[in-house]
Design a protein. Structure first.
Length: 185
């Protein structure tokens, strides 16, 4: 617990109190990020944004299981109440959920087995499998009625990104293939 208390004290020393006072008036994020619960993948840090800029839904495997109330309600809230302009699915290298789906016999926890359900992916490498997993999530997201309606009306775009943990590279899926982001400014 000491590390959390010390971290909070450091936060207090560095916090922009004016920003937090402004945030008391509401949040206006531009993007919903559906990302993995993996502690190494921090969307706010990866995209260099501050409090209030991203609305983040994290779960094991960045699943877009829209039949799950926690996922569906976060998506609907982001679109209909926060009026986000985009939804980003953030897949990442070395994803444990993808590894588990490739070798489910190693899973002992029933809750994880149920969550991953019949998820599948393909590819000759772990990166290819993770990317195919992400494409499956994007397809699910795009077929969710509130997302499909908002995209059709031009109010929303959906984006699939892959973050390579080892190199810090980000690739974007364009519907047919992957393109690396330019890493220079």
């Amino acid at each position: 617990m000491d590390n959390l208390i010390n971290g909070y004290r450091q936060f207090l020393n560095n916090a922009d109190r004016g920003l937090y006072r402004d945030l008391c008036n509401g949040q206006h994020p531009h993007t919903l990020v559906i990302g993995c619960s993996d502690s190494r993948i921090i969307p706010e840090e990866i995209f260099s944004v501050g409090p209030g800029e991203l609305f983040v839904l994290r779960n094991i495997g960045n699943l877009c299981c829209t039949e799950e109330p926690s996922v569906a309600s976060a998506i609907d809230y982001a679109i209909n109440h926060l009026h986000v302009k985009r939804i980003v699915i953030l897949s990442h290298g070395d994803c444990g959920a993808v590894k588990a789906s490739l070798h489910p016999e190693h899973l002992e926890e029933n809750s994880i087995k149920r969550w991953l359900g019949a998820e599948s992916c393909n590819g000759s490498s772990l990166e290819e499998a993770i990317k195919s997993w992400g494409i499956r999530q994007l397809q699910r997201l795009d077929s969710f009625p509130s997302v499909a309606d908002a995209v059709k009306s031009g109010k929303l775009e959906t984006i699939l990104l892959y973050f390579d943990l080892a190199s810090l590279r980000i690739d974007r899926y364009n519907g047919t293939g992957w393109m690396a982001f330019d890493q220079t400014s």
